[in-house]
Design a protein around this ligand. Sequence first.
Ligand code: NAI
Length: 462
Amino acid sequence: MASYDVIVIGAGPGGYVSAIRAAQLGLKTACVEGRETLGGTCLNVGCIPSKALLHATHQLHEAEHNFAAMGLKGKSPSVDWNQMQAYKGDVIGQNTKGIEFLFKKNKVDWIKGWATIPEAGKVKVGDEVHEAKNIIIASGSEVATLPGVTIDEEIVVSSTGALSLPKIPKKMVVIGAGVIGLELGSVYKRLGAEVTVVEYMDAITPGQDAEVARAFQKLLQKQGLNFVLGAAVQGVETTKSKAKVTYKLKKDDSEHTLDADVVLVATGRKPFTDGLGLAALGVEMTDRGQIKTNAHWQTNVPGIYAIGDVITGPMLAHKAEDEGMAAAEVIAGKHGHVNYGVIPGVIYTHPEVGSVGATEEQLKAEGRAYKVGKFSFMGNGRAKANFAADGFVKLLADKETDRILGCHIIGPMAGDLIHEICVAMEFGASAEDIALTCHAHPTYSEAVREAALACGDGAIHA
Ligand code: NAI
């Protein structure tokens, strides 16, 4: 039996970052992980592998659609799916090995296996019971499917199965026009599949600024994705190699079907707390199966903390990382803090979508007086040169004080561009602060500045 100051349960982005920070703060730390490799869903079957496939297939798209116009003539590349999978596997391996190295460097013990908490202060893994003054639960989330839909990871797949399909399907139906559905739907569309996305709401990416969501849908349609909106999926029937998806249109209750070789279920995720023994411990949960925590990530059981996808808030790796670091700091007697008002969200399609802060709809609902500064990438020289002029930057600022309230970008590198606004919001900056900051030319970032100028006396290149 070993004794620790902190045992973190789960080595996803929330857990491993938390463990490293705890160790850096001088706490004797271990991290329990049952997978063969560290990194959790994000590194093994989520964020990182999907980015590899998005990158590879975007290169293919560029070769097929833009190379000739740039004077790059010749045959477009053909797809070697096995090699693309090997490339993806290599990227995963480099990243998961990287965490093993960081654990060693920071003296974090990796306890291999699945953890149970028999009582506060103890973590059981296999037959071993370890003592822990503090326990941080970072056990993440799992796929939430629909009634009438059974995931077999062959014909009806979750994101995990969709990342490793044995071959590229001819017809794919995606259930859910959220982040996973659109990222992986884009991948298979670019690889030549006919992709239809069925979404319950009347718009894609619910919760997104509506103007951005509409523009996003148009651009994805231009790329060949089909959408059925306002449609509730009733069930999926499978034969040996095919599936039939039944949905009801909400507007008239009419029932329809779609045939597919592969169905991707992307209707959200739910907290994963199986086997931890939380009920016996009396850990309070929300009615959505999340662990209840206070502002310091403490549960109602002293010495037990929880962070990331198992608690409330958006299920995002970077939100989990921030909570992980902050919880470790709280345990070390410091002042861990997360600003939940400035957590960016990014969709890694092409173009990307990056957002932070309030949407226009939220400001309207709150009755706030605001102004909008918008700038199209059509007016951005760099974007034009790079065949990336689709999209715009939309900056929302307080009408009286000019303080930035939110920003929504659809366009090239939106996921990186959004961070200028995150920093600005952390500093309580005004749109004018951005407008008065010199931005290098020619960069995509100039579009952000132009949107800020549009909140004042006007953009220059509009
Ligand atoms: P999501 O919550 O983003 O989207 C699910 C979609 O499914 C919603 O639009 C919902 O209206 C729709 N839906 C639900 N029931 C339906 C039904 N019966 N018929 C048709 N549509 C239905 O969930 P998603 O895409 O599965 O992602 C899971 C989690 O992983 C999310 O929290 C997401 O933020 C996170 N994630 C984040 C990524 C990123 O930051 N780039 C990438 C991948 C996942």
